[in-house]
Design a protein around this ligand. Structure first.
Ligand code: DMJ
Length: 672
């Protein structure tokens, strides 16, 4: 209300009550005057009140103050976190450029699955089985936890609901901070904590949620061709190498590495995904009855973890059959002596019968990629068994490596000493052999744990910046972006085929909210990896290429040295093609993969069964078969081919599963 009195302040302002908008007050002679005047007026009014009236008002003020304090304590943390968030933004932005997160964690706990393996009909390539969990996967392993109010209405049993409620309340109480990388929110860290010291109830894989039981997407012709290729490979293995590590398809025999049926175990989940029920059943029987780890044999910790432990765990998740979990626990326990070293950096080799471990004969070093690429599997084993020791051992390795000096802008050397725990052979940096999956597992552990373990993300982002700074170059004449190597300050234009995991990993990171730059780099690198096939006479990549940095008449981008022209049926390019197709939908990636499959068929297929590595990708008339089918051809290469040709994003949904480095899908964790 505006009054004439306000226009020129009255001489006895004490007794006049007016309400002014600030503008009015300013227009009427100044806001400060008006404020002072109001203060005095209030004080006089207060004095005029009776004692009782004053007490009542004071009591009301006190009551409101108490309410205010209570509501501040419940609201305070989020506010504090938001403040920390912007501080963190300022602090970290210059150090890790380009990091932008979009999708925070999505993680439920697995529930019980009743695998009814006997239900499938006979399978033929024309008529594939329709197990919904094949096409959808046990997707409730990783579906977003419903909001708490909604959660109560789901079809869980009562005790589960109560457990969830208690857990949710616990989570709310323990929430500490929200950390931000350039404006994106990462939920508070829960999963980095090792599992509680007492043995918990084991987790179980889940049955399929009703809403996930959609009609399967029909298999297309290219997928049929993959199934045919798998069956051909499997025929060779079954006829000549059953229960042994690797098929020698030409000599119709086998080779042993660990003597643990490596190819069979590596191929289990591929058979499940391809819908090869009959083959799967037969292999399952072998696992149940003939797979024995009580053997006086030295195994490589890394290889047996990614192929055997990883293969058993993923097959357990897909099938729900506890025989695979039992075997996984057995091998997991037998590998643990590797961690008994002065530095807790594990030895490379373990005798799984004797329970002893040792480094290779010539050194006390372990390979960096090996000790840092066993984490997804051991962490999952802890989650499933409730036994913290597995996760504790591998987390300790990551934490230690995180703190080590000797890195070059996030790039790691290739060796680490098991006594001192320090990097050795400093100054050599590669994304290829001996370092490759270190980078892959930084990102994938972060995803597995629900995007909360910030040290992993920090190391990953830093490393990719290191790659950009030190290892990226363009070739001539096609200007292909490639990842070279650095040795004591000297750049080498050498790139292993192994490095072709990188485009897929970068794309996966971008899909999980990291910077779009990573996707751009992924697109450039997958083109390069494809050219490593396309520019070669057989259309198959050699093990290693050297890129031309300067244009020379009659020279392509890719040069191959005689010692490097073999092809081991490796998966990395097909793996990255799969990620690229999933995330972009660009059919050229499928077409490139299709070309590669045809060339495998043309140059590596052995008529009597199986596929073979070759010695010379440059000689189409005689590629020189090596007489060996590596287990990863069935475990990885054909699996990624099949997934690449599929248009069903729920066929191993990448928001629910993370692939280990041997292509075994493991669930992304969800808070219980
Ligand atoms: C596989 O055992 C794994 O992919 C590993 O990470 C690298 N080498 C082979 C495949 O090339």
């Amino acid at each position: 209300m505006y009054s004439a009195a306000a226009a020129s302040p009255p001489p006895r302002r004490d007794f006049i009550s007016v309400t002014l908008s600030p503008e009015e007050a300013v227009g009427a002679g100044g806001y400060n005057n008006s404020k002072a005047w109001r203060r005095r007026s209030c004080w006089r009014k207060w004095k005029q009140l009776s004692r009782l009236q004053r007490s009542v008002i004071l009591f009301l003020f006190a009551f409101l103050a108490v309410c205010g304090v209570i509501s501040y304590t419940s609201m305070g943390e989020p506010w504090k976190s938001l403040t920390n968030k912007s501080l963190d933004d300022q602090r970290t932005e210059p150090e890790i450029p380009g990091l932008k997160l979009a999708n925070p964690a999505v993680l439920p706990a697995p529930q019980k699955a009743d695998a009814n393996l006997g239900d499938y009909a006979e399978l033929s390539p024309q008529k594939l089985p329709k197990p919904p969990h094949v096409w959808r996967g046990p997707s409730n392993l990783q579906i977003k936890p419903p909001r708490r109010d909604v959660r109560l209405k789901t079809r869980h049993d009562t005790s589960r609901v109560v457990e969830e409620q208690v857990q949710a309340d616990k989570e709310e109480k323990t929430e500490k901070s929200i950390i931000s990388w350039r404006g994106a929110v990462i939920e508070p860290d829960q999963s980095t904590e090792p599992p509680s010291s007492k043995i918990k109830e084991p987790e179980k894989p889940s049955s399929v949620e009703a809403e996930d039981q959609k009609e399967p997407v029909p298999i297309n012709e290219r997928q049929m061709a993959v199934i045919e290729a798998f069956r051909h490979a499997w025929k060779g293995y079954k006829d000549f190498a059953w229960g042994h590590d690797e098929l020698k398809p030409l000599s119709k025999s086998y080779s042993e590495w660990f003597g643990l049926g490596l190819t069979l175990i590596d191929a289990l989940d591929t058979m499940w995904i391809l819908g090869l029920k009959e083959e799967f059943e037969e292999a399952r029987k072998w696992v149940a009855n003939d797979l024995v780890f009580e053997k006086n044999v030295d195994v490589n910790l890394f290889e047996s973890t990614i192929r055997i432990l990883g293969g058993l765990l993923s097959t357990y998740h897909l099938s729900g059959d506890s025989v695979f979990l039992e075997k996984a626990k057995d091998i997991g326990n037998r590998l643990m002596p590797a961690f008994k070293t002065p530095s807790k950096i594990p030895y490379s080799d373990v005798n799984i019968g004797r329970g002893t471990a040792h480094p290779p004969r010539w050194t006390s070093d372990s390979t960096v990629a090996e000790v840092t690429s066993i984490q997804l599997e051991f962490r999952e084993l802890s989650r499933l068994t409730g036994d913290e020791k597995f996760q504790k051992a591998v987390d300790e390795v990551m934490k230690h490596v995180h703190t080590l000096s000797g890195k070059n802008d996030g790039l790691v050397p290739m060796f680490i000493n098991t006594n001192s725990g320090q990097f050795t052979h400093l100054g050599v940096y590669t994304l290829g052999a001996r370092a490759d999956s270190y980078y892959e597992y930084l990102l994938k552990q972060w995803i597995q744990g629900g995007k909360k373990e910030n040290e992993l993300l920090e190391d990953y982002m830093r490393a990719i910046e290191g790659v950009k700074k030190h290892l990226l170059q363009k070739s001539q004449p096609k200007e292909l972006t490639f990842v070279g190597e650095l040795a004591h300050g000297h750049f080498s234009a050498k790139m292993d085929h192994l490095v072709c995991f990188l485009p897929g990993t970068l794309a996966l990171g971008a899909h999980n909210g990291l910077t779009a730059d990573h996707m751009k780099l992924a697109e450039a690198l997958i083109e390069t990896c494809y050219q490593m096939y396309a520019q070669v006479e057989t259309g198959l990549s050699p093990e290693i290429v050297h890129f031309n940095l300067h244009a020379q008449k009659g020279h392509k981008d890719v040069e191959i040295k005689p010692a490097d022209r073999h092809n081991l049926l490796r998966p990395e390019t097909v793996e990255s093609l799969f990620y690229m197709y999933r995330f972009t939908g660009d059919k050229k990636y499928q077409d490139w993969g299709w070309e590669i499959l045809q060339n495998f068929n043309k140059y590596t297929r052995v008529p009597t069964g199986g596929y073979t590595s070759i010695n010379n990708v440059q000689n189409p008339s005689n590629p020189e078969p090596r007489d060996k089918m590596e287990s990863f051809f069935l475990g990885e290469t054909l699996k990624y081919m099949f997934l690449l040709f599929s248009d069903d994003i729920d066929l191993i949904n990448l928001d629910k599963y993370v692939f280990n480095t041997e292509a075994h899908p493991l669930p992304i964790w969800v808070p219980a």
